[in-house]
Design a binder for this molecule. Structure first.
Ligand SMILES: Cc1cc2nc3c(=O)[nH]c(=O)nc-3n(C[C@H](O)[C@H](O)[C@H](O)COP(=O)(O)OP(=O)(O)OC[C@H]3O[C@@H](n4cnc5c(N)ncnc54)[C@H](O)[C@@H]3O)c2cc1C
Length: 308
């Protein structure tokens, strides 16, 4: 089931057709409050008011077809940064480099993302680069380094499932980077990524420890652990309790609509937790990856065949 869903996430026919089915539209609501920026910002405001949980926002889409589309996405994000500031929301921006033109060269992507970073910086806000397929890792790291040289409020995602990530992290540590660690969501070959969940979990834990190590913290590393895995969260918390007890050194991040009890628990305990709210019309590839993470979610989709 997982590989079928990951295949569907890369299939253009599915991306065009599936969102037209009402039952798929109804099912995606669980993970996405709506397609418009205002739907996302309203959800951000509600999370903040009801649960005191800050957010990240992301416009769904990837691998745009031409530079005009990439530039339009950059303008959209720049406008979103202004709306976030105008509404006084704590909502950082998370974007996919291929949505801003990485397929059309690093200079094109750099110009477009720099426009977003400049707009976000005007409101004191952060911009995070998502990490996509492994073939984009080198260019995304280059993009991060070049943007970071201009602005301190830029972060990058690293994927624990890649064999190369420990070395990538090591190369970044001394620069005091902002890093979001995730397990990794894409279909990758065993040459580049670990296949067993236990191996990915152990790699995540080891990388998290490295990010919280005294020399990394002294260098100013801003650690973000994006996972819904309660067992892993307990492991990291226990390690931190035994070692640093520096709870402000890191933050957990989760997706809107997933593990909401855990989100509430962390917020109540005063631990850092931030929730990513996605929006936009091009949601199918992203949604298929969410289903692949937990194929039991397919029952949820099928239940929506019958309107309730
Ligand atoms: C804020 C954020 C940003 C991300 N950015 C990126 C990125 O840039 N690049 C990238 O490759 N990946 C990204 N991811 C996705 C990530 O790589 C994982 O695929 C995803 O978080 C699921 O892994 P997990 O750590 O929650 O652990 P898992 O072992 O997959 O899940 C642990 C438990 O969490 C719950 N759970 C997890 N996923 C779901 C789901 N979809 N539906 C319902 N329950 C679920 C289940 O209870 C499951 O047992 C991001 C995730 C988050 C939260």
């Amino acid at each position: 089931m997982r590989s079928v869903l990951l295949w569907a996430s890369e299939n253009e026919w599915c991306a065009k057709r599936m969102p037209r089915y009402k039952f798929v539209k109804r099912a995606v609501r669980r993970f996405m409050p709506g397609e418009a920026l205002d739907d996302a910002l309203d959800a951000v405001a509600a999370l903040s008011e009801r649960r005191r949980i800050p957010a990240l926002v992301s416009l769904l889409g990837e691998n745009v077809k031409n530079v005009e589309e990439a530039r339009a996405v950059a303008r959209h994000y720049a406008g979103a940064a202004a709306s976030i500031a105008a509404r006084g929301l704590d909502a950082e921006i998370s974007l996919k480099p291929t949505h801003l033109g990485l397929d059309f060269g690093s200079e094109e992507a750099r110009r477009n993302v720099a426009m977003v970073v400049e707009a976000a910086s005007a409101g004191g806000n952060w911009v995070w680069l998502d990490m996509e397929y492994s073939r984009y890792v080198d260019s995304t790291l280059d993009l991060y380094r070049s943007l970071r040289a201009e602005s301190p409020k830029v972060g990058i995602c690293l994927q624990a499932y890649l064999h190369r990530t420990a070395a990538d992290l090591e190369a970044l540590v001394s620069s005091g980077p902002a890093i979001r660690l995730v397990k990794g969501a894409y279909a990758e070959s065993p040459d580049v990524a670990m296949a067993r969940k236990e191996d990915v979990d152990d790699a995540f834990y080891a990388l998290a420890q490295r990010m919280l190590a005294p020399d990394a913290q002294r260098a100013g590393l801003r650690a973000r652990f994006a996972t819904h895995d309660g067992k892993l969260i307990r492991r990291i918390d226990e390690w931190e309790a035994a070692n640093g007890r520096n709870w402000s050194a890191f933050e957990y991040q989760m997706l809107y609509g997933i593990a909401t009890d855990e989100q509430r628990r962390l917020a109540k305990e005063g631990k850092g937790i931030r929730v990513l709210v996605s929006y936009g019309r091009d949601w199918f590839p992203w949604y298929a990856r969410r289903l692949a993470e937990r194929p039991a979610n397919m029952w949820f989709v099928l239940r929506h065949l019958v309107p309730v």
